[in-house]
Design a protein around this ligand. Structure first.
Ligand code: GTB
Length: 216
């Protein structure tokens, strides 16, 4: 039976694929697994039915054959563990790819999220202009070593892995901030990820929700 994932009925990103269902969709497309979508309003997210799936009332969730999961990283790891194509077979290489997934979510993403939250919600605060450069510095403190490590390689550990999928997904959240521009190899890395046929299909699928009628 196909997996079901929960997604925003209408993502605040306007269809740019920046919400966390994007990585899950991408992983499912990479391994060729079909899935169905439960599109939820913000009210649905906090209703009892969804809170039973996700304790924090968020997207994404994943359900398949009696298993219900939340946390996009755990979901992508689950997909990668059970299907060929996203993790190397050799044990050490496999762990290195998983380490990059953790790195994307716990080392790189927090600085990016903090920066984007400041742009979205703190522009009218008196301290915004003073705080923003500090947040930009924190993003650069993560991007510079990542850029150095990637160097001229195509992917972080040999072939494309779930580590790259998660890293590209996280870097895409920099959106139009321009912060990636100082790192041409990281910009090219993100573009390579976005050019993968599985990414293109996942992006089109989330965007399709914006061509159908909205409830708000
Ligand atoms: N750690 C969890 C995971 O990785 O799954 C975090 C899940 C999460 O933050 N979900 C967000 C959510 O459900 C959506 S993705 N928020 C609703 C709520 O908490 O009530 C975060 C997100 C939202 C919007 C944009 N955007 O518009 O660009 C980007 C990312």
């Amino acid at each position: 039976m196909a997996a079901t994932i929960s997604v925003f009925e209408r993502s605040p990103d306007g269809g740019r694929g920046l919400a966390r269902d994007m990585g899950v969709r991408w992983a499912l497309e990479e391994v060729g697994e079909p899935y169905t979508v439960r599109a939820l309003s913000f009210a649905d997210l906090k209703g009892e039915a969804h809170l039973a799936r996700h304790p924090f009332g968020q997207i994404p969730t994943f359900e398949e054959a009696g298993l219900t999961l939340f946390e996009s990283g755990a979901i992508v790891l689950h997909i990668a563990e059970r299907h060929a194509g996203l993790l190397p077979a050799e044990a050490d290489a496999r762990m290195r790819a998983i380490a990059w997934m953790f790195s994307a979510l716990s080392t790189i993403e927090p600085a990016i999220v903090e920066h984007s939250m400041a742009l979205l919600f703190e522009r009218d605060r008196p301290w915004h202009a003073e705080r923003l450069p500090l947040l930009e510095d924190r993003v650069h403190a993560r991007l510079a070593p990542l850029s150095r490590r990637l160097g001229g390689a195509e992917w972080l550990e040999g072939g494309f892995t779930a580590g790259d999928l998660m890293m590209v997904t996280v870097l895409r959240r920099l959106g139009r901030s321009g912060l990636l521009d100082a790192y041409p190899n990281l910009s090219a890395y993100v573009a390579r990820g976005e050019a993968r046929p599985a990414f293109v299909r996942a992006y089109a699928a989330q965007r399709a929700l914006f061509t159908t009628a909205s409830s708000y």
